[in-house]
Design a protein. Sequence first.
Length: 126
Amino acid sequence: MTKKTDKYKRVRARVVKLDDDLRQQGIETDVMKMTESLDQNPNDEVISALASTGVSVVEEMHRKYEGKLIGIARVRELTGLSNSEIDRQVRSGRFPSPAVSGEGKDRKWYHTTIIAWVDEQTRRQG
């Protein structure tokens, strides 16, 4: 393999990892479509475009959603749990406590905290 191909593969692997992280959080990007079309001819221009555009776009989206707070409706969507089950699990310490406490819809969790919890549950079941 040439240095050029190696560099492209390293950059692409980083884009894929970041894109996967976002997809796990329910955030869709078009970056993978771009990389798939570029895979056909990884020349210097393609590597530069992917390195500057692909990585920066995905990293920016990752930063944007990293500290995002979500409400109970989105938590239910991501976990498949009902309000009452979430409440029971929070009280028992088996589910993350809200970052912003309140009643009903006023409760908020960090998106990344819920995604991490879902990932952990999936690993335990798998």
